[in-house]
Design a protein around this ligand. Structure first.
Ligand code: NAG
Ligand code: NAG
Ligand code: NAG
Ligand code: NAG
Ligand code: NAG
Ligand code: NAG
Ligand code: NAG
Ligand code: NAG
Length: 765
């Protein structure tokens, strides 16, 4: 009651502002007479409105430049005003208050009072659509912000999820009807348990779940990833778990909304057609209906009927199943007996089951360790390993599983041995046509490759422990007498060497792709050096060991020569020098000394090769007999570093970024290891807009003459053995057929690796 005479007093002093303002201070009022607050760049507007000509008045935020008024946030959504007697103020302790001037009652308040007397609160509508209360005591944080209280709409930069520290949740609630913004039936929230995912509920009933985030998209569903309009992201760490997105460019107007009927749409405003266009609808097909196929049922929209029991399972209620009521799900043909050696069958491209009954172990575990963890618990029926969440095991009936034609993740379901064997027989196909082709890359190690049983074992064990998006994944291995092979995930674009040094193919590598490759290699290498639980020095980083996936993301391969360290140890000396000319650092090639800095040297060579599109070794220039490093050093000192750049790259490439890479490359190949940066520093440089770079000093091995002669005995006891004799074959084959020593065709591949390793342990002990 004390407040209103004050407001009244100030009203006399204020007339309707002629120019738009983006703030409101204590003492100022916003009336329901057409007055609005507009964000500084004229993007968002706040004021009183009636949604779709409803009778009621609300305070809301909408896009200023979208002709069709589209409410994005509503303050008093559960307590409308019946007429235009509403007044919005912010009081001196920072509380936003909407009141009815006719009855002198508070309709809505933000409950954001701050006790400090001199906080000078101000209400501001920001250019991202966030309505905030700022005070001079909170620095950059806000006393209150509308982004903490979402309605039915998610704008770029808003979060959907949890602040786990404060236990604060951000979630969306549908409107009741088109004209009524009060809370409707549907909520869309992050379920933070287990594998965090987004869940749509109608009341308490789950209607849809996104499936877990796999690093790029949800549930591996092909449609939920990066697209032309926006970039989705998902953060899950000990402080936060939330979904958010950013528009790809500033001219795009887009929003995500849960509508009254529970549809989950991402829309973008089409200026020309003057309408909102739905670009993505989640929950788009029959299989998106939560648990449509019941426990253990698999759903696939490309199949008729959509629900199917996996091999080894049969419908629990066959009559219902035949009537297309699948809710009873499937049961095992042979019950599991925990005491009989079980196996697992791999179900590729799956939407992982809901995580109602599960164990998650976030420690870095390999697939084999994850499998063993599942085996240790008789109630464990399935497991999966995901890049983001580690090892997940399911203890109950598997619910809401889909199999996709593409995307998805590998799910391993525990099976009775007899069911596995039956499936194996069923797979034999006398026509020599492969029943289920999976593309893989096979690295065949020739008999005299110099890689002994020891290196082979090292490589396999290392691979199994490592997981990073810039390291190639090992799927399996096989050993047959002298012959050994490694089976990798298939890399459609082969290797960097085949791509970058080929004049024809090189044209498709514009600077953007090259920079992405450089950064990816740096990330992978940093992981090896620092972030994996092992400390690994690769020792043979080179263009042919960088494989490229379908999106031209680089993946480091070939750890046969890698060296692992424990604890703080980061350098060593070896009598056996292995590696490749042109990439080896001087101290390693000559003295056998290797450290993370010898990898940094090889990385620097790679960077300059990528910029130039030519190999360091064998580089030819009419003016001098320097190699690529020497040439780079020369043009750098002559102040013409851009002469280094591959002529195949279009001239539009951003010069500053190229220069940054050339300088970083030169810093990496400096003669003295102690002058070279670490990989974490390299990444910092690559990620910074205008980093302060040190001046590079003279590189090591900048003319061919400095290279030690492999045939001379000047290096004494040291022996060189290049790993060039390892070949990479790309084959379209049934993985099962190349993996020998296996009992069941459908058993997942790392199982075979496990057997192999156990065997190897026995032999080497
Ligand atoms: C601001 O409003 C809140 C809520 O109505 C109230 O508790 C607080 O005392 C008000 N502050 C002042 C300075 O009037
Ligand atoms: C508030 O109500 C009083 C009378 O109750 C009226 O005189 C005044 O103009 C109203 N103020 C606004 C901003 O509508
Ligand atoms: C503010 O607090 C009151 C009393 O606790 C509550 O009824 C009201 O819903 C709160 N308003 C908001 C916007 O949270
Ligand atoms: C909600 O969105 C769906 C899908 O775009 C649409 O079919 C439906 O009509 C919408 N419902 C309402 C009430 O607008
Ligand atoms: C998680 O895995 C690690 C490594 O295998 C193990 O030491 C730890 O006990 C596991 N934690 C749980 C809760 O099972
Ligand atoms: C299996 O895991 C569940 C969940 O952690 C636990 O309650 C149960 O005791 C475990 N069973 C065995 C046999 O370890
Ligand atoms: C370069 O790539 C083209 C196109 O793939 C291929 O036809 C050609 O043989 C390659 N050249 C060399 C030298 O490998
Ligand atoms: C540059 C290039 O060859 N890119 C290819 C990488 O692999 C994908 C998938 O096979 C192809 O579509 C690209 O053309």
């Amino acid at each position: 009651m004390m407040v209103f005479p004050l407001i009244f007093f100030f009203l006399i002093c204020l007339s309707r502002p002629s120019t738009a303002i983006d703030t409101l201070s204590p003492g100022q009022t916003l009336l329901d007479n057409g007055q609005t607050i507009v964000s500084a760049s004229q993007t968002f507007e706040l004021g009183f409105f009636s949604p779709w000509n409803s009778e009621n008045r609300y305070v809301g935020i909408w896009f200023k430049n979208v002709q069709q008024q589209t409410p994005l946030w509503v303050a008093n959504k559960n307590s409308p005003l019946g007429d235009s007697s509403g007044v919005l103020v912010i009081n001196s302790s920072g509380n936003i208050i909407i009141s009815n001037n006719a009855t002198n009652t508070i309709i809505w308040s933000s409950n954001s009072s701050y006790s400090a007397a001199t906080s000078n609160p101000v209400l501001q509508l920001l250019d991202n659509g966030n309505l905030v209360v700022k005070t001079n005591v909170l620095g950059d944080s806000y006393l209150w912000q509308s982004f903490d209280h979402p309605c039915d709409t998610l704008l770029p930069g808003m979060k959907l999820g949890w602040n786990l520290r404060s236990n604060q949740e951000w979630y969306l609630t549908s409107w009741r009807t088109l004209q009524d913004p009060s809370s409707g039936d549907y909520t869309y929230r992050v379920d933070p348990r287990g594998l965090p995912q987004l869940v749509l509920r109608q009341g308490a009933q789950v209607q849809y779940r996104s499936g877990p985030w796999d690093g790029l998209r949800f549930g591996g569903g092909p449609e939920l990833g990066k697209n032309a309009v926006y970039d989705p992201m998902f953060v899950s760490d000990s402080n936060n778990v939330y979904y958010s997105f950013v528009n790809n460019d500033n001219s795009i107007v887009s929003r995500f909304v849960v509508n009254q009927s529970g549809a989950l749409n991402h829309l973008t405003w089409n200026e020309r057609q003057n309408e909102w266009i739905v670009i993505i609808t989640l929950r788009a097909d029959l299989c998106d209906r939560y648990a449509l196929c019941g426990p253990y049922g698999f759903c696939n929209v490309d199949r008729q009927p959509v629900c199917q029991c996996p091999d080894g399972f049969t419908p629990r209620l066959p009559e219902d199943w035949a009537r297309l009521d699948w809710s009873g799900g499937c049961v095992r043909k042979t019950p599991l007996n925990c005491n009989v050696a079980p196996g697992f069958r791999r179900f590729p491209r799956s939407k992982l089951p809901d995580t109602a009954y599960f164990l998650v172990n976030r420690t870095e575990m390999s697939l084999v360790e994850c499998r063993e963890a599942c085996l240790r618990n008789c109630s464990c029926v399935a497991y999966a390993r995901t890049e983001n969440s580690g090892c997940v095991a399911w203890l109950g009936g598997l619910l809401d599983v889909r199999d996709y034609s593409e995307g998805g993740q590998d799910l391993y379901i525990r099976m009775a041995a007899s069911d596995l064997a039956l499936a194996a027989q069923g797979q034999e196909n006398p026509s020599g046509e492969l029943p289920t082709g999976q593309e893989v890359a096979v690295k065949k190690l020739s008999k005299d490759s110099g890689q002994g049983l020891r290196e082979f074992k090292t490589e396999v064990i290392l691979y199994l422990k490592l997981q990073h998006r810039n390291l190639v994944r090992l799927l399996g291995c096989c050993i047959n007498g002298e012959e050994r092979m490694l089976v990798y995930e298939y890399m459609p674009n082969r290797s960097l060497e085949l791509m970058i040094f080929n004049q024809t193919r090189g044209t498709s590598l514009d600077w953007g792709k090259r920079f992405n490759i450089i950064v990816g290699i740096a990330r992978g290498l940093l992981y090896l050096h620092r972030d994996s639980r092992l400390r690994i020095i690769h020792r043979d980083l080179k263009a042919s060991n960088i494989l490229l996936d379908s999106e031209m993301n680089p993946k480091i391969s070939d750890f046969g020569l890698a060296k692992t360290f424990g604890g703080d140890q980061s350098a060593d000396n070896t009598n056996r020098i292995v590696g490749t000319y042109g990439y080896m650092s001087p101290e390693y090639a000559i003295d056998g000394l290797f450290s993370v800095k010898s990898d940094v040297f090889s990385f620097g060579v790679l960077v300059l090769e990528i910029v130039r599109g030519q190999k360091n070794r064998g580089f030819y220039h009419p003016d001098h007999d320097l190699n690529l490093l020497g040439h780079a050093w020369r043009v750098w000192n002559e102040g013409k570093p851009l002469e280094l750049v591959d002529a195949l790259m279009e001239s539009l490439a951003p010069t500053a970024e190229i220069l940054k890479c050339i300088q970083t490359g030169l810093l990496c190949v400096q003669q003295r290891p102690e002058d070279r940066p670490t990989m974490s520093f390299v990444l910092l440089l690559l990620d910074s807009e205008n980093p302060m770079l040190p001046q590079p000093k003279q590189p090591g091995f900048y003319t061919e003459r400095f290279l030690p002669d492999p045939d001379s005995s000047s290096t004494g006891k040291k022996r060189f053995s290049s790993s060039n004799d390892l070949t990479i074959l790309v084959a379209q084959i049934l993985v099962a057929q190349i993996l020998m020593q296996r009992e069941a065709v459908d058993e997942e591949i790392p199982g075979a690796v496990l057997h192999f390793l156990v065997d190897l342990e026995r032999k080497t002990k």
